[in-house]
Design a binder for this molecule. Structure first.
Ligand code: ADP
Ligand code: MG
Length: 617
């Protein structure tokens, strides 16, 4: 049999490897910026065109390359950073595999200018799809400029896979933030399509954070500092009151390299225990310095995970350091780390007034009493409060008035569990709408053939979703004018998202004005959004949009309506009073599609008499 195994030509091998290193323009940004830092640059410029699809250029004032090095830098496994396998364990630089430039050059048009110190002339070199087009001597300043054009020009499938320019720009910005936050002693400029997005002067870490995320950050930061044999920790936490619904600014750097770590994040969250709601996320900028030998850096170059030799110790030190910082800066009242957690006041109770327990005797209660005669049908009951005096409140849902408008918008929640009165309300379920809430999660109601169990959250999502969509399509969306305009602060990144979706937000009923690079003034809100929730709602929309834009959002309005419905819906654990339960049922079955939630999850199940009978056999 003839030999059939062949070695792949270099340019093919490079293309395959490129797929691992370069997923999108942001990966190129990361690699080029890291090379510039490794080259000792003190000033780095990032220039982007059209989300990096047309151009990603990084210009540095680092040590530059000789003519030969310039040429060699594009060879696979060409690196100046390690010489032997042992060096891998002493690594202090970002790169070490020597494959970034080779990979990038395999899938783009690359142009490099570079000049080291003490020589007159530098080198100008062009490579397209791993082929050297030319290399010449050129006049160029100290340092290196690498321009990467037309990424994936020779892999159309990958090019088509790229998202919109805005989305790609957002990924690039995320990457830029990470590098800029890890190196406050380097100055950065970032230009997009000719306009300056960031100008970050050399400064300290606190100022760097403020320059990146906006002035309002200054008052939010609590410093952290601790030095032990195992790890040195520095950086900042955001005060608990600024914790957000979304994972906003959460940054870990290990030896100045950005990493993601669910494990360490857990240590931070546990340090905040009792200080923030457990649905909120703390913000942090934490820098861990460890002996390079004590971490496993033999990871994929684009991955941001890391493995510590002694994870548990790092976790414990981190947690107690953060607790200490929060305590020292008077954010936590107690400094005593050893004290019993069981004695701490849970968040929910912290600001509650002490209430005197009292016993209420329901004089009207008679377990054998016949309930009021029920009229009305399943589809059109009413829950309008008319006789709202005294104990009769409990029965208010029973007085059906056919034809009244349902009004679930004014949903009321009860802070305590409703009395057992719910269960004695009806002996004639077939005719009236009986509802009760099961485990603060489901609304159970009856139909002719049996019963329906409704997921309260999904049902409410569906109702809100259809209302928002309806408002948006009527165009002339109804909004409530605010007496006092709300001024909300956002990061530049968030503002760019808000700008993108501004028209749709207006379509839904927001009346707003972007007044500054980091401020939005709101003068009107969609009818269904309470003004106390405005900032939370907008923050959540921006966060969701950031995440979800990756998916196939066929219409922005649809995505927004979904997100709003998710944010504003009643959640599991909320107690709904009888009226709200019934309104929920009515509004749900008035929906165009009452079976599935906007996220395609079933809203209710039915259990027929037959099903029940079977269980009794
Ligand atoms: P690695 O960074 O893993 O060594 P790269 O492919 O990113 O691999 O770069 C290859 C080599 O090219 C580097 O080791 C370095 O010597 C040189 N190099 C790349 N970018 C620069 C730069 N901006 N300034 C100076 N040298 C550079
Ligand atoms: Mg590199």
């Amino acid at each position: 049999m003839a030999d059939i195994i062949r070695l792949l030509p270099d340019h093919v091998a490079n293309q395959i490897a490129a797929g691992e290193v370069v997923q999108r323009p942001a990966s190129v940004v990361k690699e080029l910026m890291e090379n510039a830092i490794d080259a000792g640059a003190t000033s780095i410029k990032l220039i982007i065109k059209d989300g990096g699809k047309v151009l990603v250029q990084v210009v540095d004032n680092g040590k530059g390359m000789s003519e030969t090095d310039a040429r060699l830098s594009f060879e696979r496994h060409a690196t100046s950073k390690i010489q032997s396998a042992e060096d891998l364990f002493q690594l202090n630089t970002k790169g070490f595999r020597g494959e970034a430039l080779a990979s990038i050059a395999a899938i783009a048009h690359v142009e490099m200018h570079t000049k080291p110190e003490n020589v007159e002339m530098g080198t100008h070199l062009r490579i397209e799809g791993s082929k050297i087009i030319f290399q010449e001597v050129a006049v160029t300043p100290l340092g290196t400029s690498i321009a990467v054009k037309n990424l994936f020009f020779n892999i159309p499938a990958r090019r088509n896979f790229l998202k919109s320019n805005q989305v790609e720009l957002r990924h690039i910005t995320d990457e830029f933030h990470r590098v800029a936050l890890a190196h406050p002693s380097i100055g950065f400029h970032f230009y997009n399509n000719g306009s300056e997005l960031f100008n970050l002067p050399v400064t300290n870490l606190r100022q760097r954070i403020v320059h990146v995320f906006g002035g309002r950050f200054n008052e939010k930061l609590v410093p952290v500092a601790e030095e032990t044999q195992v790890v040195k920790i520095s950086g900042f936490l955001c005060k608990p009151e600024f914790a957000k619904k979304s994972r906003g600014e959460q940054f870990f750097f290990v030896n100045n390299r950005f990493i993601k770590s669910a494990y360490l994040n857990h240590a931070v969250v546990s340090a905040f225990e009792g200080l923030i709601k457990n649905t909120n996320h703390p913000g942090y900028f934490l820098y861990l310095d460890v002996d390079p030998k004590s971490i496993d850096i033999n990871i994929h170059p684009t991955k941001t995970e890391i493995k510590f030799d002694d994870e548990h110790t790092v976790y414990a030190i981190l947690r107690s350091t953060l607790k200490h910082s929060l305590g020292q800066f008077n954010v936590v009242p107690a400094l005593d780390f050893e004290h019993d957690k069981n004695l701490e006041t849970p968040y929910n109770y912290q600001n509650k007034e002490v209430t005197q327990p009292h016993v209420v005797v329901d004089a009207g209660f008679n377990p054998f009493a016949e309930s009021a005669q029920q009229k009305g049908s399943f589809s059109k009951p009413s829950y309008q409060k008319e006789n709202t005096k005294g104990w009769e409140n409990m029965y208010v849902g029973l007085e059906s008035k056919v034809g009244k408008e349902t009004n679930f918008d004014n949903l009321t929640f009860e802070s305590d569990v409703i009395t057992g009165a719910i269960f004695k309300e009806k002996e004639e379920p077939e005719t009236g709408v009986v509802t009760f809430q099961l485990r603060r999660k489901y609304i159970v109601t009856t139909i002719k053939s049996g019963m329906v169990v409704i997921d309260q959250t999904r049902a409410h999502q569906r109702i809100l979703y259809e209302k928002f969509l309806k408002n948006a399509t009527i165009k002339d969306a109804v909004s409530q004018q605010l007496l006092f305009p709300l001024s909300l602060s956002f990061s530049k990144n968030d503002i760019s998202i808000i700008k993108e979706i501004e028209e749709n937000l207006i379509g839904l009923g927001f009346v707003m004005n972007i007044v500054d690079q980091d401020k939005v003034e709101i003068t009107g809100l969609p009818l269904l959004v309470p003004d106390t929730e405005a900032s939370m709602v907008l923050e959540q929309i921006v966060a969701d949009y950031h995440m979800e834009i990756e998916g196939d959002s066929f219409s922005q309005t649809d995505v927004l309506a979904k997100n709003l419905s998710k944010t504003l819906s009643v959640k599991t654990g909320m107690v709904l009073d009888i009226e709200s339960q019934q309104a929920l049922v009515n509004d749900l079955f008035a929906c165009k599609e009452s079976r599935v939630s906007p996220f395609n999850k079933p809203i209710y199940i039915t259990i027929t008499e037959n099903d029940i009978d079977k269980k009794f056999i």
